[in-house]
Design a protein around this ligand. Structure first.
Ligand code: MIC
Ligand code: SF4
Length: 638
């Protein structure tokens, strides 16, 4: 039987386990990346493992999230990460150099290699044919130390792209269409592969927009073939030697297939507050817009920015709209400046932000009260923009630019024609904001600031787990609900005790207090609990607050791994209807936990005098991690 692209890469990297759907497999990791909002914790964890130098082919530490320095905290974290990188053999991308995923694609990504990153949008690398996955910081720390990365062997989903996009209909509209078809949980348990004649019509940055936002499907990752388009991109980045061709076998078998006719695709928008709440821009036409933001790891490539410049050329943005751009990297910004496109953008009245995540993670640019914000980003979860009652829509750069000019949702198909924009034959290559590690890190001193506090240590599992149902939440709870981000809270990513005051703030302001009152407890959740970010803080902070188990209808992939790594029991209802029977503050008790960790566990509801059956089904390794009390203890014990 033939293999898919992802199956070929997995086969080449398989360390343990069988390539059978649902089985736990361990794969060798060639490259890792971290960003600063998850990086401090990941490097503290790496340090706790006591390894001198990373064992990967390439590891890169990026500073891109916490770049708003309103106090010493973020700058201290940057300095800590810089010295850790220098000492332990990691490349360091300085603040201002750009967003991790954009730079990794430009300067480091290699087709056919494996990459994990402490950021859920690491699948951006699938745009050049990498098997690139988001992971918790602890998993990245283990991979830096040479350990394999574990996933459940996924099913394969093929998206057939037919035909060619019309002008002003974009790669963003393709992934929004896929989200409409599959929803935010439709990708769980799958790797999504793109195929068909439409593939060759898409450039690498366009492919990367699609694989980037595959994170919103809940997929393990997404991947494109590596073909002549990939070779041209790598050549233009001065890295043609990194090219290898990758395609699926003609008799490869997929578990599911969908088809998208690019010729018929319309400009789309994801409406508040979920990336799968899709409408056509035509349906939204005429709706007033207050803010337009162009950037983020989804849409901040040179190609995206050049299109925006061409649309805005010689015009002025509507006076009632605040418009800003954040180019994805120094390379993009530098090239925009060189070719005069930046000048067109500035002349039109756009606010130019630094090359970083910025508003995408609520680091500035919060919209006005009840504001309508059009963003070329990938997430529009409630409250993420920093304005609780704002309505955030996710759109393409073309749709964003059209609204910037008119002040209303405007179908970009009605715009004046612009010239065809193609990628340059050669990008401007200047890696002077990427510091290589020291040859020998022995003498490098690690510099720590006072905000860096030790992370909570998991405790080995006990046979009986008692606890109050301190919180009950519904379906599709995101990591932004569990551990919100934003400019005010993000500086405390290395200070779990302080961060804990904000845990679940969007759902229940009293959650931290209740945890203190009841000595922690158990969380009850619905479907797809923990979707979104890879932030392990969404597990470490509940651990700090004394959460012992999370019982849901289903979990998102990265979050469930983070819970296991933190030694918190992830359990699902055997009968989903039992979810209804538990109320907040019921007294619960899990019995014979250790014995049944690979099977079914009984939950006793002492308040209601009822019993429910829960699935635990941890693989051999995951069960051992739980029994040891988390991944760090497990890794040390080996
Ligand atoms: C995000 O887009 O939510 C983030 C911020 O990049 C996160 C990582 C984090 O929480 O630091 C992600 O996607 O994993
Ligand atoms: Fe940064 Fe936003 Fe991308 Fe997350 S989604 S990595 S915050 S740009």
């Amino acid at each position: 039987m033939g293999l898919t692209i992802a199956q070929k890469i997995i086969k080449n990297h398989l360390v343990c386990g069988e390539m059978k759907v649902g089985e736990d497999i361990g794969i060798k990791i060639d490259q890792t990346l971290t960003q600063d909002a998850t990086g401090t914790m990941a490097y503290l964890e790496f340090e706790a493992m006591g390894i001198d130098r990373v064992k990967t082919e390439k590891s890169v530490a990026y500073i891109d999230h916490n770049t708003l320095q309103t106090g010493f905290e973020n700058a201290d974290d940057h300095r800590f990460i810089r010295t850790m990188a220098k000492k332990h053999g990691i490349y360091y991308s300085r603040p201002g150099n750009g967003i991790c995923h954009q730079i990794h694609l430009e300067r480091f990504g290699v087709p056919g290699k494996t990459l994990i990153g402490s950021d859920s949008h690491t699948p951006t690398g699938g745009g050049i044919g990498m098997l690139a996955m988001g992971a918790g910081g602890m998993d990245v720390a283990v991979a830096m130390g040479g350990g394999e990365y574990h996933i459940d062997y996924p099913k394969m989903l093929r998206v057939n792209l037919k035909g060619k996009l019309r002008k002003f209909v974009t790669a963003k509209d393709i992934i929004l269409k896929v989200l409409q078809e599959l929803t935010v949980k439709g990708g769980v348990g799958y790797i999504v592969e793109y195929a068909g004649e439409g593939v060759k019509t898409l450039s690498v940055p366009e492919r990367a927009t699609i694989t980037n936002m595959g994170a919103e499907l809940g997929a393990t990752t997404s991947i494109f073939p590596s073909d002549e388009v990939t070779r041209e991109f790598l050549k233009a980045q001065g890295r043609e030697e990194d090219f290898t061709e990758l395609k699926s076998d003609s008799d490869a078998v997929y578990d599911k297939e969908i088809e998208i006719d690019l010729c018929e695709l319309e400009p789309l928008a994801a409406c508040p507050h979920s990336p799968d709440n899709i409408k056509t821009v035509e349906e939204l036409k005429g709706k007033k817009v207050d803010q337009v933001l162009i950037g983020s790891c989804t849409n901040s490539s040179l190609l995206d920015m050049l299109k925006v410049a061409a649309i805005l050329d010689g015009k002025t943005v509507d006076p009632t709209v605040s418009v800003a751009i954040a180019p994805g990297s120094k390379q993009v910004l530098n090239m925009l400046a060189d070719c005069g496109a930046l000048s067109k953008i500035i002349a039109a009245g756009v606010r130019v932000l630094e090359c970083a995540c910025g508003p995408c993670i609520g680091m500035g640019q919060s919209p006005n009260s009840a504001g309508v914000s059009l963003r070329t980003f990938n997430r529009n979860f409630l409250g993420r923009s920093g304005t609780a009652d704002a309505s955030v829509y996710l759109v393409s750069p073309e749709t964003a630019a059209a609204a910037a000019l008119t002040g209303y949702f405007t179908n970009p198909l009605t715009l004046d024609p612009i010239e065809d924009i193609v990628l340059p034959k050669m990008f401007k290559i200047n890696d002077n904001m990427i510091d290589p590690p020291a040859e020998d890190g022995k003498d490098v001193e690690i510099l720590r600031g006072p905000n860096i506090k030790p992370f909570p240590k998991a405790i080995p599992l006990t046979d009986t787990v008692e606890g109050t149902a301190v919180l009950k939440v519904g379906d599709n709870i995101t990591t932004d609900h569990i551990m919100p981000a934003g400019a005010k809270i993000l500086p405390y990513r290395s200070n779990i005790p302080y961060l804990s005051n904000f845990c679940f703030g969007v759902c229940d302001k009293n959650f931290p207090e209740n945890c203190k009152k009841y000595g922690g407890g158990i969380i009850i959740g619905g479907e797809n609990y923990g979707q979104g970010s890879s932030r392990e803080h969404a597990a470490l902070v509940p651990l700090y607050l004394g959460i012992k188990a999370v019982v849901t209808k289903s979990f998102a992939r990265i979050h469930v791994a983070n819970l296991i790594n933190a030694g918190i029991l992830p359990l699902t209802f055997k009968n989903p209807a039992d979810y209804e029977k538990i109320e907040q503050f019921d007294e619960l008790c899990l019995v014979d936990v250790k014995e049944n960790i690979k099977g079914e566990i009984i939950l006793k509801n002492k308040t209601k005098n009822e019993e429910y059956v829960l699935n635990c089904y941890l693989s051999g390794r995951a069960a051992d991690i739980m029994l040891c009390g988390g991944l760090l203890n497990y890794t040390k014990s080996k």
